[in-house]
Design a protein around this ligand. Structure first.
Ligand SMILES: [Zn+2]
Length: 356
């Protein structure tokens, strides 16, 4: 029973166990509501209760659309399951029964499989504050459990919603869930476990041995979701990326000038309306997830221009010609290696998120 998380323990220990980083002590606790209400993309009413916020977000399917463009690899390599800040480790002295690593980010942040395999458990009927037994003994909340073969399984807990079904085959880096705070949890985070022959092992150490640094691949910018938010008044390369992507979605008249002015603001609003999002003209996590497109070897046109611009923003020095050929693929693989991503040269949502 050393894996048991007793009622309320997850909540209390979440704060108590953060010994090495006092500045983040209140992160998971407070981030939930403040992030949800400040998220410009979240189409929910600010006056709603925590529970109804959750229900509204789940109904809208925050993050679910990411799955359609998720970076996937059949290579079987281990891959970073999400972006965020580590708020609790595996069995720290103050929390000896905590059998996973907690990575906190905003509600709806995408979660990807840490390795290819088969989904062997999905729970989706939980809600924040629910203390009913979960998918594994001692756990609460919504969750996904994946079997990777060789005695290894990974568990993704406290999720908002699942993007996979029980029995489904998944590849490494495939979108499987949206981050949430269901069950005995004080704020949105992923409770990530690696089990070997049924026994939880230290996820941070295990992933480090596979070349993956949990949590730290991207710092939290304060805008949530692992994406940087852009709005009217912003300028620069990533604004050009937004403009190219808007053109790729059919806005043929937009001029790519790197200046997020009124014209771009209105173009973003039109795009948001077409996707059923709140048309606030602000490109936050949810709009980014809908905006980015799969770019792989042989891609051309505006989406290729967007990917090349993003690569150059990270120092690739490519000729931005809209032809995503071998040179661009090579630059993409080098970027992915630097970010501990699966190095397939294929720009899916995971790589896009690392760009932005
Ligand atoms: Zn946890």
């Amino acid at each position: 029973m050393d894996t048991t998380v007793l009622p309320e323990q997850e909540a209390a220990a979440n704060l108590m166990s953060i010994q090495s980083a006092p500045a983040t002590r209140t992160y998971a606790h407070e981030r939930g509501l403040s992030t949800m209400t400040q998220e410009p993309d979240t189409p929910v009413n600010r006056s709603l209760s925590r529970r109804s916020l959750f229900v509204a977000a789940a109904a809208v399917g925050v993050g679910a659309a990411v799955g359609t463009v998720g970076t996937a690899s059949a290579s079987g390599a281990w891959s970073n399951p999400t972006y965020g800040t580590i708020t609790s480790g595996f069995k720290p002295p103050s929390r000896p029964t905590h059998s996973g690593t907690d990575v906190a980010n905003s509600q709806g942040t995408a979660i990807w499989t840490a390795k290819g395999g088969k989904v062997v458990g999905v729970r989706t009927n939980s809600y924040p504050g629910d203390t009913r037994p979960g998918l594994l003994p001692g756990r609460t909340g919504n969750a996904v459990l994946v079997d990777h073969g060789g005695g290894y399984r990974t568990y993704y807990g406290h999720i908002l919603s699942a993007g996979v079904t029980n029995g489904q085959t998944v590849t490494s880096g495939q979108y499987i869930a949206a981050m949430g705070t269901t069950g005995n949890s004080t704020g949105p985070h992923l409770h990530f476990e690696v089990l070997r022959n049924g026994t939880p092992i230290n996820p941070y150490t295990h992933m480090a041995n596979q070349g993956v640094t949990l949590g730290s691949s991207r710092p939290i910018s304060g805008t949530g979701g692992g994406w940087t938010t852009f709005k009217k008044g912003n300028t620069g390369a990533r604004v050009r990326v937004i403009q190219y992507l808007l053109k790729a979605h059919g806005n043929s008249s937009l001029v790519v000038d790197g200046d997020f002015g009124t014209v771009t603001h209105n173009a973003v609003r039109s795009f948001q309306t077409s996707k059923g999002l709140v048309a606030d003209g602000v490109v936050g996590p949810i709009s980014w997830a809908r905006l980015v497109l799969d770019v792989k070897s042989g891609a051309s046109g505006n989406k290729a221009l967007a990917a090349q611009t993003a690569l150059n923003h990270h120092g690739a020095g490519l000729l931005v010609d809209g032809d995503f050929g071998s040179v661009s693929v090579k630059a993409a693989k080098a970027f992915q290696k630097k970010k501990y991503l699966v190095q397939d040269g294929h720009i899916g949502v995971l790589t896009w998120q690392a760009f932005i």
